[in-house]
Design a protein around this ligand. Sequence first.
Ligand SMILES: *Cc1c(COP(=O)(O)O)cnc(C)c1O
Length: 424
Amino acid sequence: MDINKFYKNTYNISDEVLKITENAEKEVEKYADNARKVCEYNSVKVLNAFNKHKICEAHFYPTTGYGYDDNGRDTLDMVYADVFGAEDALVRHNIVNGTQAISLCFYGILRPGDTVVAATGRPYDTLEEVIGLRGENGNGSLKDFGINYKEVALKNDKIDIDALVKSIDKTCKMVAFQRSKGYAWRNSLSVDEIGEAITAVKSVNKDIVCFVDNCYGEFVEEKEPCDVGADLAAGSLIKNPGGGICRSGGYIVGTKRCIELVSYRMTCPGIGRECGASLGENRFMYQGLFLAPHIVYQSIKSAMLVSAVFDKLGFDVMPKISDRRTDIIQAVKLGNGEKLVKFCQGIQKGAPIDSFVVPEAWDMPGYESQVVMAAGAFTRGSSIEISADGPMREPYIAFYQGGLTYETAKAAIMSAAENVINCK
Ligand SMILES: *Cc1c(COP(=O)(O)O)cnc(C)c1O
C-alpha cells in the first residue's frame, strides 16, 4: 500500500504537504534520539519503582466509603515519591485537575500575612483567580485570606535570579516556579535552571518552600523538580503522568512535612491522607504511570514533527526542532485568528474521537480570553492525547500537545498543515 496515496484519499493531503512532511520527518529522526534515551531511562525508573514496592493485583482492589487502609492508594503514593525523587506524594483520582493540585499546595502551605513569589513571571491563566489577580473579591482567593503575591518577570527567557533573591523578604513563605511555558511565547525552563534558582532561594532562607508547577514537564527530562531541591511539585493525571490511561486526577510530590500540610488541605486537618476511597481507579493510575514515559516520548516526537512542518511552511515555532525540550508543548505563531481556528480544526479531524466535530472559540471557565481547542480524546480534555488550543488574542499562537502514537499524530498534523495553507 502506498501510504501517501492513502493519506491523499482519506485526509485530502496535498502533494505539497506530503513532501514537506517527508522532509520534516527526516529531521525528526535525527533529533528524536535523545528523547528516546530519556524515555528508556524513565521507563526503567518507573519499572524499578513498581518492582521495589512489589506491585500486584491486590493494589488494584477498589475501596469504598471512607477508604481507610487503601493499600493500593498508599503504595501508589510511595511509587510516585520514588519516581519523582521526593520523600512523599499524594496521588488521587478525585483531585479534579492540575489547577486544584497546585491550589492545594498554595492553600496547604501559605497562611495570612505570608507572601508567595512567582519566580517565572505571570503564572498559568487558571491560577490568576486562585491568587486573586482576577475575579471577584470574596471568592476565597489567596488575596482574600491576606496572602500577598509578588511576581518576578523572566529576563531573556531565564529566571532573573538576582531580582528573585532581592524580592525575598521576611514574609516570603513560598517561591513558585512554572516549568512549562503555559500560554506564553517563551522557552520552557529546564529542571537544572529551576534547580539553580532554588539553590539561590535556599541560600537566603532554607525554610522557604520552593514549589514547581510541573504540568506538561513530567518524563521529558531524566530529572524532576524534587531531584534538584524542590519541596513540592504538582501536576495533572490527564497530562503526562497519566499516560493516556488515567481517567481523572492530580498528583503532588514533595517533602514529608509539605505533603502532610497539603493533605490537611486536601481533606481536612486531622484526617489528611487517611481518607479517600479509590473506587477502582488505582489500576488506571498504575497502568498510566507505567506507560507514561513512552507516551511522553510519542508526544515529543509528534511535537517535533509540528515544529519541523510549520517551520518549513514559514511560521515561527517554539521550540525549534533542534532545541532541547523540557515539556511536551509545541507553540506555533500563526498570526491570525482564522489560521489558529483552522489549525485546531485540522488537528481535530485527525483525532480518534469526535473527529467529525468542528471546534470553535468559546469562553472556557477559568480563562481570560476566548479559547479554541481541538480535543478528540478518550478522556475528556486530556492533553497527553492529541490536542491543540490557543487563546484568541494576538499573536494567535497555537499550542499543540500530546499524541498517544506518533503515527496517528502525523495524520492529524498533516491535516492541520493542509487547513492552514488553504486559509487565505
Ligand atoms: C495544564 C496546566 C495547568 C493546570 O491546568 P488544568 O487544566 O487545571 O489541569 C497549570 N499549569 C500549567 C503550566 C499547565 O500546563
